[in-house]
Design a protein around this ligand. Structure first.
Ligand SMILES: [Zn+2]
Length: 120
């Protein structure tokens, strides 16, 4: 396991592709903003999905131009928090893309250039 710390509360392995390859790409702005969010929430943030290889992204039905393939996105959750609550906090930090997934109770955040919002 890659225990390399990349910020106060995050390690690189948390962002590895879940295809068993341990491949990872990570945008420095993403990790900066996630750490800001972590500090503001004051609780651990679970990274459900970070980097995805194009092959893995296709396999799990990700968007064709998914920011996950660029290392610019993370699907996150916080124990005891609703997706809506996480989103409201994420908005105060300012991410390019924010997608709320109510049923599965996670939030997609990314650092794309254009502001994009969606809900499922
Ligand atoms: Zn996502």
């Amino acid at each position: 396991m890659n225990k390399l710390k990349i910020s106060k509360n995050f390690s690189l392995h948390e962002f590895e592709c879940h295809d068993g390859s341990h491949l990872v790409k990570l945008d420095e702005v993403l990790i900066e903003k996630l750490q800001q969010l972590r500090d503001k929430i004051g609780l651990p943030i679970t990274i459900n999905s970070g980097y995805r290889t194009p092959e893995h992204n296709t396999k799990i039905g990700g968007a064709p131009k998914s920011q996950h393939m660029l290392g610019k996105a993370a699907d996150i959750s916080v124990r005891g928090w609703t997706a809506k609550q996480i989103t409201e906090m994420a908005e105060t930090i300012g991410f390019g893309g924010i997608g709320i997934y109510h049923k599965q109770n996670f939030v997609h955040v990314d650092v794309r250039e254009t502001k994009t919002r969606w809900e499922e």
